[in-house]
Design a protein around this ligand. Sequence first.
Ligand code: NAI
Length: 329
Amino acid sequence: MIRVAFYDTKDYDRESFEHLGERNQIEFRFFETKLNKDTVRLSKGSDAVCVFVNDIVDKDVIESLYEYGVKLIALRSAGYNNVDLGAAEGKVRVVRVPAYSPYAVAEHAIALLLTSVRRIHKAYNRTREFNFSLRGLIGFDFYGKTVGVIGTGKIGRIFINICNGFGMKVIAYDPYPAIDSDIHYVELEKLLSESDIISLHCPLNEETRHIIDAKAIDNMKKGVVIVNTSRGGLIDAKALLEGIKTRKIGAACLDVYEEEAEVFFEDRSGHILNDDLLLRLISMPNVIVTSHQAFLTKEALNNIAETTVENIVCCLKKEVKCENELRLS
Ligand code: NAI
């Protein structure tokens, strides 16, 4: 039996993982708490830990895992910016789920965008109160608008296909352009200055942290709509708020937020939120925030569970090379 300490558990995780565990002789020990230096001791006696986007897998945590004999860190996500791969090298193997449903994320980005631009969230609330006024609900056509896509990997390319369906003009920036495509690549500065809508689909790393900062916003068209379904750290949230206050940014659609770890995924409705920046952003009429839910479809959850279990079996039972293993180089 393989023992796996499963951190940051939600009900939907139990549903998708429990039966797969039984079938593959894996005992999942479900913990609602996130992994960090204070909770790492819960993994004592486990062969692996299974973690999500807001678990902190830094050098200290990895040292403890190594000391406890934990052999594998199985990420239930594609992004791995929360894991110190350098510290894990030669000590604990790291696997991830590189793609579970890029459609889920790309479609959520479009859902946010349409909601924001066509003011659906406002209209929904109004008609529920029998307010049928159209005041303040003017949107704009997607057709003919320029959308700038930063990052043209799996999700970015699906997002581009959907935008093409709307008849939008798509321009893209990626330091590693897709050679087998007809995507129109431009330099980042050009993308920032020409786009009516900008959508982020690149990973968070040292190069991309605050790729959208005050200088980038300064370079954008007045009224630009920014969509971020990738990672919060791609945007300097203070600069974003400033851009909204000065009316430079027309709207922001955020599924991720730099300081989301303490807030997202939980019901905080009865609490006083301490994050003034998030409060201010949420209070803006042209900002829509969802709680890192872009991945949340039935299909994606099934794929996450299946691939994670395959990764664990591959590394700990068959002890063979796993194609989803992450290494520094
Ligand atoms: P991917 O690895 O297929 O594509 C990422 C693309 O970004 C690649 O083409 C890469 O060349 C490009 N890139 C790297 N550095 C860049 C830079 N400096 N500027 C512009 N582009 C750069 O990844 P995928 O599957 O498309 O996912 C993209 C991101 O979406 C992930 O890194 C993750 O952070 C996020 N994500 C968010 C989810 C959510 O629920 N909100 C769920 C899944 C992923």
